[in-house]
Structure formats: C-alpha cells, structure tokens
Design a protein around this ligand. Structure first.
Ligand SMILES: O=C(CO)[C@@H](O)[C@H](O)COP(=O)(O)O
Length: 230
C-alpha cells in the first residue's frame, strides 16, 4: 500500500541523517496522501542505520495503524494534529537538531538577524509556550500539536514553516516530506547563525523590516520573483 510514498518518506528520513540533523532515532518525517487520507510515518525507535523503506508505517488521520509491523513514531499524534488542521500541509518533520533545540531549551524565539533568515522566514521563528502539567500528563503529543497550532495563530502555516516547541525541539512542515525536511535543515542553520551572531554581538539588532520584506517577498507569495518563467 502506497509503496512509492513509503520510499519517499524513508528517503526524507534518511536525508535528515545525511544533513546531520538526527542521530540514533532522534527524529521523524511523515507525508500524507490526501486522496486516501493516509499518512506514512517513520516507525518508533528504529535506528536510522538499520531502518528500511518497508518499515514505514501507514496510519489514518485518527491515528489507527492501517499497515506496518512497527508502532508508528511516538510523535505521530503531533503530525496528525497538523494534517487535520491544515489541508495545505503535505509533510511534517520533527528533529532534535542541535541549534534549533538550543533555542527551544532556552525558551527563545529565533531572531531574524539577516537576509539568510529572511529568505525563508518572515520574521522571528517562534518558540511555543510551556505545556501545562495537565497537557503533559494527558495526551502529551497531541497537546504538543495543539500548542504548535496555537503558536501559528491565524497565519498560513506555509508562511510559518517551522517553530521550536519549548524545552523540546523543532517541528517543520511543507507541501510534502521533502520540503518539510528542507525547511528543517534551513531552520537549524539559521538558528546556528543567530546564536553565533548574538554571541559575537550581544547588542545586535534585528534585520530592518524593509530588508526582511525585500528578501522574503521576492521568494514567497503571489509576486515572488524566484522560480518564475520569463
Ligand atoms: O521527541 C522525541 C523524544 O523526546 C522523539 O522525537 C524521539 O526522539 C523519536 O521518537 P520515534 O520517532 O523513534 O518514536
């Protein structure tokens, strides 16, 4: 079932490892097939070094396992909150990548300091609030999804393609698994740059709004320049 998509999701998971965003089992990628409403996701606790495409798990939007010999990722309920809430999202990624997790643990937004950041993110990358004790002891992973949705607010999630969950780590998303992975890679790199920028100059100011607009808007939105035919 959905064999091609399983290979795609497997490859997207392995790309996290190739790009240095995960070690051992510290992350997961999924993609949804909107026609069937089925989600392919990494199995839980299977090491990246031994994982195979056929190990990918198929779940429905309620979290029922439809096919697979392993349990789906522990973070599956978080991914499902995103797919259920946002019909324009096709792929979701979670990692514990070093630099984005550093901001998550500090409980800090990742400030927009320059055009590298502005090419992908329209302003600071937000950090969520703390989960409450009730949320942690209840449906924790689902509540993690809910707090991400709360943090995105009324914005289009494709315009806020990543956040950091406080004391936990980054989640990123996109139109499919590959674009979600791409956003997770860029997220970690801009987090690293932001950390080093603040270390070098603790008084540093954010990039000017005009420059942020210039770089973000020429790559994104209705009037984007990049990728257009002559
Ligand atoms: O966030 C966590 C644990 O804190 C997870 O991301 C695990 O690190 C990966 O879990 P599986 O996807 O293997 O269940």
């Amino acid at each position: 079932m959905l064999e091609e998509l399983k290979v795609k999701v497997y490859e997207a998971n392995m790309e996290l490892q190739r790009k240095g965003l995960v070690i051992y089992t510290w992350g997961n990628v999924s993609e949804i097939d909107r026609e069937t409403g089925l989600v392919i996701i990494k199995p839980s606790g299977v090491d990246y070094d031994t994982m195979k495409a056929e190990d990918m798990v198929v779940v429905d939007l309620d979290g029922n396992v439809v096919e697979g010999r392993y349990k789906p990722s522990t973070d599956t309920p978080t991914h499902l909150v995103m797919y259920n809430r946002y019909p324009n999202i096709g792929g979701v990624v979670h990692t514990h990548s070093e630099w984005a997790t550093t901001f998550a643990q500090a409980g800090m937004d990742i400030p927009a300091f320059g055009t590298t950041h502005a090419d992908y993110f329209y302003g600071d990358i937000p950090c969520t609030r703390d989960l409450t004790d009730d949320e942690i002891s209840g449906e924790y992973e689902k509540e993690t999804g809910n707090v991400i949705v709360e943090t995105i607010g009324d914005k289009n999630p494709l315009e806020v393609p990543a956040i950091v969950v406080k004391n936990h780590g980054p989640f990123a998303w996109g139109q499919d698994a590959d674009s979600a992975v791409y956003n997770a890679v860029v997220l970690d790199k801009v987090a690293e740059m932001a950390y080093k920028t603040m270390t070098l100059n603790p008084e540093v100011m954010r990039v000017k709004q005009h420059l942020l607009d210039k770089h973000y808007l020429r790559k994104h939105g209705a009037n984007a320049y990049y990728g257009q035919k002559l």
